[in-house]
Design a protein. Structure first.
Length: 315
């Protein structure tokens, strides 16, 4: 079973040995009450799934949970996630294991999704895998020889908070110029709104937003780009250049066998993947970066469920 916990919902799913999600259920998450209420929301999602899958309880080998960090993947302790104030130093893995009497693993969503891609998805057959999810934020996971690289304390792999401009805007993490604040979904919308304000010219984006520049969203940028809008294309080209510089650092640091991109913004940017690979030799120290595949992830909205399940399969 894979469980994906967010600030507003809990999704639980049953995943088979080929990585197919056979059944799933979602329930609301109670993030702003006490720890017991938060735990009860997770238990409700799991119980709902088990009720709709007769016989599943006896066949589940483990439960893997994707939870917002910071957390300790070695102990399953949720430390102090901003999106889940109900939990501070909460032993999530131990509590779920106590209730259901199965092994439980806890990790962040990007690490777990990376493992799912290695086991069942685009990273299958590769030894050294770098995974990035681009959406509301930018998260990353590193998998070496089938195991997540956690670092000394479990806090490694925060590639979204790698700064590429020390004079850039301050990220929510407190650092200046992180790739997350420059190229995540909200950053794309902010850049589009700024370009619209500067240009004053015609753009499909303006029409999609009903003439209200502040109403422009990332999804609108994607629609306008797909329709050939020049301003939306310019915005995405600028975002792609930032991502290229960031990925060049990843290549020079890790030299992975493959780089996989998932998340809500990934499909919108996938048409630029060949451009990024062709540009990498100009910004990398590595002499052969264009040989590293840059591909879309298999899992989209269900990456958290698949990732949670992969934690158990790996274990």
């Amino acid at each position: 079973m894979g469980v994906d916990i967010g600030g507003t919902k809990v999704a639980a799913g049953l995943v088979d040995h080929e990585g197919e999600i056979r059944e799933q259920r979602r329930t609301p998450m109670v993030a702003n009450q006490d720890a017991a209420a938060g735990l009860a929301a997770v238990v409700s999602a799991i119980d709902s799934l088990l009720q709709h899958a007769p016989g599943a309880k006896s066949s589940i080998g483990g439960i893997g949970i994707c939870a917002p960090g910071p957390l300790d993947p070695y102990t399953g302790l949720v430390i102090n996630p901003p999106n889940l104030p109900c939990w501070r130093g909460f032993p999530l893995a131990a509590e779920i294991s106590r209730i259901y009497r199965v092994p439980v693993k806890v990790d962040n969503d990007a690490n777990a999704a990376a493992l799912a891609e290695v086991r069942w998805g685009a990273g299958r057959g590769y030894s050294k895998v770098f995974y990035a999810t681009i959406g509301t934020g930018i998260g990353t996971g590193i998998v070496f020889d089938g195991a997540i690289y956690h670092g000394r304390t479990g806090a490694a792999g925060e590639g979204g908070h790698m700064s590429i401009d020390y004079r850039g805007p301050r990220c929510g993490c407190g650092k200046p110029g992180c790739i997350e604040v420059l190229a995540s979904g909200p950053a794309i919308a902010r850049r589009a709104r700024a370009r619209l304000s500067e240009s004053g010219g015609a753009s499909l984006l303006r029409d999609l937003a009903g003439g209200e520049i502040n109403a422009v969203t990332t999804e609108m940028v994607g629609r306008a780009y797909a329709a050939g809008d020049a301003l939306a294309t310019q915005v995405l080209e600028e975002i792609v250049e930032l991502l290229t510089v960031w990925l060049s650092n990843i290549v020079d640091l890790l030299e992975p066998d493959i780089m996989i991109v998932g998340g809500g913004v990934a499909k919108m940017l996938s048409g630029f993947f060949a451009r990024i690979r062709n540009r990498l030799p100009q910004v990398c120290v590595n002499p052969r970066p264009q040989e590293i595949p840059l591909v879309l992830a298999r899992y989209e909205a269900e990456a958290g469920i698949a990732g949670g399940a992969a934690l158990c399969w790996n274990n």
